[in-house]
Write a protein that binds this ligand. Sequence first.
Ligand SMILES: Cc1ncc(C[n+]2csc(CCOP(=O)(O)OP(=O)(O)O)c2C)c(N)n1
Ligand SMILES: [Mg+2]
Length: 889
Amino acid sequence: MTREDERASANEVENQEWLASLDEVLERAGPERVSELMTELSVHAHRRGVRVPFTANTPYINTIPVTEQPPYPGNREVEGRIKSIIRWNAMAMVVRANREEDGIGGHISTYASAATLYEVAFNHFLRGCNDGGDADLVYFQGHASPGIYARAFLEGRLSAEQIGNFRHELHATPGLSSYPHPWLMPDFWKFPTVSMGLGPILAIYHARFIKYLQDRGLKKPSGRHVWAFLGDGETDEPETLGAITLASREKLDNLIFVINCNLQRLDGPVRGNGKVIQELEAAFRGAGWNVIKVVWGSNWDPLLAKDREGILAKRLEEVVDGQYQKYVVENGAYIRRDLFGRDPRLLKMVEHLSDEDIEDLQRGGHDPVKVYAAYRRAVEHRGAPTVILAKTIKGYGLGEGGEGKNITHQQKKLNEEQLRAFRTRFSIPLSDDDVGKLPFYRFDDDSEEARYLHARRAELGGFNPVRRVPSERLPTPPEDVFEEFYAGTKGREVSSTMAFVRILSNLLRDEGLGRQIVPIVPDEARTFGMEALFRSCGIYSHPGQLYEPVDKENLLFYKEATDGQILEEGITEAGSMSSFIAAGTAYANHGIAMIPFYVFYSMFGFQRIGDLVWAAADSRAKGFLVGATAGRTTLAGEGLQHQDGNSHLLAFPVPTLQAYDPAYAYELAVIIREGIRRMYEDGEDIFYYLTVMNENYAQPAMPEGARDGILKGMYRLREADGKRETGVRLLGSGTILNEALKARELLAAQYGVGAEVWSVTSYQQLHRDGVDADRWNALHPGEAARVPYLRQCLGDDDRPVVAATDYVKALPMCVSGWMPGPMTALGTDGFGRSDGRDALRGFFEVDARHITLAALSALARTGAVDAGVARQALKDLEIDASRPNPATV
Ligand SMILES: Cc1ncc(C[n+]2csc(CCOP(=O)(O)OP(=O)(O)O)c2C)c(N)n1
Ligand SMILES: [Mg+2]
């Protein structure tokens, strides 16, 4: 024996002695005492200078030991048969859709790997709402939709025609949408999830919103859980992990993540050279979640029980995910050699197993017993959210058709042989001849399986997912809430943001709906002058305020309270938007209409979290998005990253979103009141985007008869002044409306040109109306043409139009097709600059001078004024014609 061997052997003896003493304490005093001792040891060692490397990981084995596994409460055989049929139908749905139309797409392998995770949940956990209670809220993984449809088919909720038309929604018999879309299937799906990462962050904020409703006394606690099923590849999205500390900080024990760790994403392995389960375990444990790993199936139990020295666990930890994927496509002999063959002791451990036995060693996520144990522990866990990391095989059961292969995500077709293999593997009662026809299989109503399935769902309170919308409606607040804004400020200069905050304060005090308003801010309340609300409404905090705030003496101190109304989300636009969606869909998901007002820095809205806005529309969310500090030249000083001249273009295409760029307090008041009426009294599934600015100016009184135009998108604010025959029309929006008014003065005083001024509150609304009229006219040749609202306003008069906005020129240009005369758009294309408003407006050529020049130039081109007048104006107005286009510098 060498000295090293001697040392190794002495170490081994010492190891055994320590382990034996630990076992002795464990048996005598239980796990808590062991844990205490280990903490003691580690502190002691630390004090003596021993630095134990940090790890947030536990060994690569199941978190729940066999001894703590509850007995499985269901009938495994019947459940197995049901699951197999669902697998078959889900696969058949995709293959049939692609046979009918090549390239129509769909996914087989995602659900194939997740079937057990879903079926255990459907049979034993996910609550429905038939009993009048609250259904569990489930964020289904988007690509697993065929499996969810296949189950609804067995439940008798979807017809064979419907699942036969998967991905063919436009067929005469309507089909099923590719993914979960409440917009398209409003009775079925509650949450859009298919844009990866959105499901998890929405689930977190929704779980928190439930606590908010409870803490504010708006909802009774009901024990409902929020479940989010997601892919392991999906965890690379920043939204997936970005809010997990909120969930633990807020002790969201009503939240369960189930991450299907099939080790693969679309192109290949998620972590070929690492282990995604271990990586996620560390991240979630570090964040304070209850982490349950479901790595190995029951047939590993005897092997792991034999692993007294931990050599098997150590080996399992060494192997990387890419290699685990390789084992899926290899046979037992390969696994014996590669996994166990490194150590004779490991080989000995499996010597009693045949190669087939080794090949059949199961992953935890395919074993209902292990999955059930994890779910049971998750729903019973208190004080923290739970994440279940379940190891599975992508394309499980597809065999040569793609099981574990890198191409499996894209697999949409199976050949005859592969279909037969699938049939045999899952004992689907179909003959060789029938297999190729891919019939959908449904159990007879009086079969054991059908009875079992319905009994389980009845026991759990009915089906899930179901989207059922109670008809709670709110009264539109009375006009007196808004009167002061219609009256104007009588010369006092205030910004539209200040006006907005006052409207909001009035609404919060309204008896009819004040309690149901949810102000949401991402750490910008002071920027928008909203800090008075801190004191009057309180900032929501489940534990209340555990400290004495530094500004306690101040009238407007930072007040946190358990029943606080404001959601002060901190610097997370994605989180705030998730709260907006939770609140804006509460009318459907919680039977209580809540009105979110999410106020944000407008540049960090659509540009930052546009995909969540799209999801809000799909979710049928209601409420008000308020982009503050808006306008490229209105937000002075902040420069390129902050100055928003884009958001109205980004808001433009969102179908249910109504976007307005009001200039005056009365416009804002009219739009907000009408918004509440349409969404909460009439029940329209729409939401609003309003931009408000921080420039102070006198807010005028509302002109007679303006209301209708404000809502439709434009109204005449001023008649022309000056010589009628050389007239122009100026269209202004937001604060640039004031520049148009100044230009009107200049044109009249210096050039004898009469200019009408129109306030355009929404190009989007004008455009929607225009294209709608055009469409109708194309479809009704020979009938009297519909006249778009814009044209009703401007008539056939061909005076030139100059439209000036603080947003990009494409915004006003979207209505150019309906203009009766030539149109010039002035806008703020390009990067912002740090400077004052006057300088910025000069730089972007949207100030009164440039509006005046544009008007004169347009008149010169029509021959209404002499070109020399326009040329002289360049000099008068000190405009340099040779300067570069601000859009490109
Ligand atoms: C934001 C976003 N990016 C890309 C995609 C396209 N996509 C769909 S599924 C997928 C791979 C999913 O992998 P994983 O999350 O591991 O799910 P699995 O199917 O393996 O369960 C990708 C990239 C998407 N749906 N959403
Ligand atoms: Mg995956």
